[in-house]
Design a protein around this ligand. Structure first.
Ligand code: C5P
Length: 241
């Protein structure tokens, strides 16, 4: 992996899942000292668009744009041309879009000045095995995730978004190079709608490069204290800076 790729000293990225710009800016200003970056998803992007991403990028933290691109290769390449013009360090696409689509996206990213990491989403954690069967897929969710991860890495993707329970198996299968970005991490007893979780230290210890954490920070009475505690829990954990 090239040294010009973005690197992240602090693995804690906060999911800023809200549609309003002013609230998002205020939240990130408060959390900033304790974060490695922020994740902005479709809720923010469909409300605030590219200008919102530029404003958030102006705050100085790396931006992970969870765009979950999935379309024909030509259309995804066009969308990636828009992404690389924004202050975005990482962007997601769906591995199920296929090899040609992923290669087209990586080509645009690698040829750009910012060279964002292209991360492949495998099986959404909201799908269970019954849902996979209903869409014509065979085998367990983990088998399907491994199949799609292999396809994504062969297509040149720089990493995988995976559930906490898949980190160890992804590391075993694909070694140390691919970035593993892990949502659904829970620092305490709170679960929300996440069903299969690890705490941040367990996830980083198992090989996560980045943990994406939303409500355990944003829904706490003191979000800055929550982010600080999560960051502190990673001190000394292998893999964390
Ligand atoms: O609030 P919470 O910590 O559950 O937020 C997790 C974030 O990670 C949300 O933004 C969610 O959309 C995202 N995510 C996830 N599971 C995936 C992919 C993304 O929870 N498989």
């Amino acid at each position: 992996m090239s040294e010009t790729r973005p690197t992240f000293a602090n693995p804690v990225f906060c999911a800023v899942d809200r549609p309003d710009l002013d609230g998002a800016i205020d939240l990130v200003r408060v959390l900033q000292p304790h974060l490695g970056g922020i994740k902005l998803g479709l809720e923010f992007f469909t409300a605030q668009g590219p200008d919102g991403i530029r404003r958030m990028g102006g705050l100085g933290l790396p931006i992970f744009l969870d765009a979950k691109l999935h379309d024909i290769p030509n259309t995804v390449a066009g969308a990636m041309r828009g992404v690389v013009g924004l202050p975005v360090a990482m962007v997601t696409l769906h591995a199920a879009g296929g090899s040609a689509m992923m290669r087209a996206a990586v080509e645009i990213a690698d040829a750009s000045a910012r060279r964002p990491l292209v991360l492949a989403v495998t099986v959404l954690t909201s799908l269970d095995e019954g849902d996979l069967v209903a869409t014509g897929q065979r085998g367990t969710a983990t088998e399907q995730a491994l199949r799609l991860a292999e396809l994504a890495l062969a297509a040149g993707c720089h990493g995988i978004v995976c559930s906490p329970m898949e980190v160890a198996v992804m590391r075993r299968e694909f070694g140390g190079v691919p970035r593993l970005v892990v949502p659904g991490v829970r620092p305490n007893s709170r679960q929300d709608d996440q069903k299969r979780t690890l705490d941040p230290a367990e996830a980083v210890g198992a090989g996560a490069d980045i943990v994406v954490i939303g409500r355990p920070i944003t829904a706490e009475p003191d979000p800055a204290a929550a982010a600080l505690a999560i960051r502190a829990s990673l001190d000394g954990v292998a893999g964390a800076a």
